[in-house]
Design a protein around this ligand. Structure first.
Ligand SMILES: [Zn+2]
Length: 144
């Protein structure tokens, strides 16, 4: 570990509404490091994150929610296996599983993945999520 940490205030809608065993502290530390652009911490937290299927799935889910909020839907190159684009097949597989609100299917698919594929999906999710946080995340939803 390092001599510092990244505090990312987790909005209440980051909590898992279905009560799955998501490690919120780990998720917050990971997103905080990613947001601050601290690759040292991001790598360390990533190693912990990818051994935790529920927390990895929640990260992917949050990335999908953020993309949907800003684009009005998931672009084909984030879900379709064959569409050209940068997003990894691991991320696409999870995003596809979670389409139409089938989030349980996404959590199951993530649990069935090996650590390397989870890492691939988590990397994409972090990039996407941080790109969206740079704009206010879900600002339409938090203004209540
Ligand atoms: Zn750091």
């Amino acid at each position: 570990m390092t001599d510092h940490q990244h505090d990312f205030p987790i909005p209440s809608d980051y909590q898992d509404p279905a009560g799955r065993p998501v490690d919120m502290e780990l998720l917050g530390a990971f997103i905080g490091a990613a947001y601050d652009g601290c690759t040292t911490c991001q790598d360390a937290e990533m190693t912990r994150l990818v051994t935790d299927p529920a927390t990895t799935a929640r990260l992917v889910e949050l990335a999908c929610v953020a993309i949907q909020a800003s684009l009005g839907g998931l672009p084909r190159n984030m879900t379709d296996r064959k569409a050209p684009g940068m997003t990894s097949q691991s991320f696409r597989a999870l995003a596809r599983a979670g389409l139409d609100g089938r989030n349980d299917a996404m959590f199951q698919a993530c649990a069935a993945m090996g650590v390397p594929r989870r890492r691939e999906a988590a990397n994409d999710a972090a990039d996407l999520l941080v790109g969206q946080i740079a704009m206010p995340l879900g600002s339409a939803e938090t203004d209540r």
